[in-house]
Design a protein around this ligand. Structure first.
Ligand SMILES: *Cc1c(COP(=O)(O)O)cnc(C)c1O
Length: 324
């Protein structure tokens, strides 16, 4: 495993590495949304990535940097959601064998998505933590490269390319809202902002029903918290060391929103921005909505981080019901 900490040089390198595989995603402002929020809102569309979320930037960076021999031995990771698809997608590009360990009783759509990318799924443990312990033992046994969902500089640098694209288009952003699960994206945003837009404030957001990273940042030490949120991309029960260290040094603010506020923002993206976000993908807009008075008239970046809304979530969204 690479042990150096992620930095802007690595993010620039990652941009070169992913270029053959992923075009830049669009960033748009929408007049109705701007009028509603009284600000200039720039929505970065990671929900239209081929896997439906930004994480694929990190997966491709990580696999590209592995040696041919290491790739040939295969990669193994653990996840319930978008991280699994990212690694499986990247492994398929290189023809590397890929195994994903998921906790028992997974969402069948997520299993199908990973299997459709050619990866093998193994079900083990009641939680992602238990799946991760099993994955570590299995990877050691098989000499697979074990990929952590977040404590991987390559993933953070790869994800950072999203913020290179944002700041290249709008170096004058006043504030950037970033959703947090494991923290790779927010850590990458901090690194890119420091190098390219030092006056831009970076504000991280989590669901109040899965506040481990937020509470760890506030406490200055890692804490575990229960996970009750419906926003799967944000459902992490403990803070990861590498992103936590970066956020601790560079992050300007960290806030919580309710699942109901996230669901309302998901509807705004649908009506005002004509785009489908999964709940996690709407958290950044929910945070801005909550603080719109403070940021009236500002130039604001909002990451729409993913669009993998499952059937139940779509039904709630279109039926206008609450997320709760
Ligand atoms: C993973 C994910 C997040 C959270 O990103 P981290 O890098 O894990 O903090 C947010 N939104 C979506 C759609 C995701 O898949």
């Amino acid at each position: 495993m690479q042990t150096t900490s992620p930095d802007i040089t690595g993010i620039l390198d990652a941009a070169r590495l992913i270029a053959p595989h992923l075009p830049p995603t669009p960033m748009w402002s929408y007049p109705v949304l701007d009028a509603r929020l009284g600000a200039e809102v720039h929505v970065k569309h990671e929900n239209i990535q081929p896997t439906g979320a930004f994480k694929v930037r990190g997966g491709i960076t990580l696999l590209t940097r592995m040696s041919e021999a290491e790739r040939g031995r295969g990669v193994l990771t653990y996840s319930t959601g978008n991280h699994a698809q990212s690694i499986a997608y990247a492994a398929r590009i290189f023809g590397a064998p890929c195994t994903v360990v998921m906790p028992e009783n997974p969402n069948p759509a997520k299993v199908a998505a990973v299997e459709a990318l050619g990866a093998a799924v193994e079900l083990k443990g009641a939680t992602v933590v238990e799946a991760g312990e099993y994955a570590a033992a299995l990877a050691a046994d098989r000499r697979n490269r074990l990929v952590s969902p977040a404590d991987e500089p390559d993933l953070i640098e790869g994800v950072g390319t999203l913020y290179l694209e944002m700041f290249a288009r709008r170096p004058d952003l006043d504030v950037l809202f970033v959703p947090v699960g494991a923290g790779t994206s927010a850590a990458a945003a901090c690194l890119a902002a420091r190098a390219l837009a030092p006056r831009c404030r970076v504000i991280a957001v989590q669901s109040a029903r899965a506040p481990a990273a937020h509470d760890s940042w506030r406490a200055g030490e890692p804490v575990r918290r229960p996970v009750g949120t419906l926003a799967e991309g944000l459902a992490t029960g403990s803070a990861f060391a590498v992103p936590r260290a970066i956020m601790r040094e560079l992050l300007d603010d960290f806030m919580l929103v309710s699942d109901e506020e996230i669901a309302a923002a998901q509807r705004l993206l649908l009506t005002d921005a004509h785009t489908l976000a999964e709940l996690a993908g709407a958290a950044a807009l929910a945070a801005l909505t909550k603080r719109r008075e403070e940021f009236a008239g500002a130039r604001i970046g909002v990451v729409c981080s993913g669009g993998n809304a499952g059937p139940a979530e779509l039904q709630r969204l279109l039926g206008g019901g609450n997320a709760a």
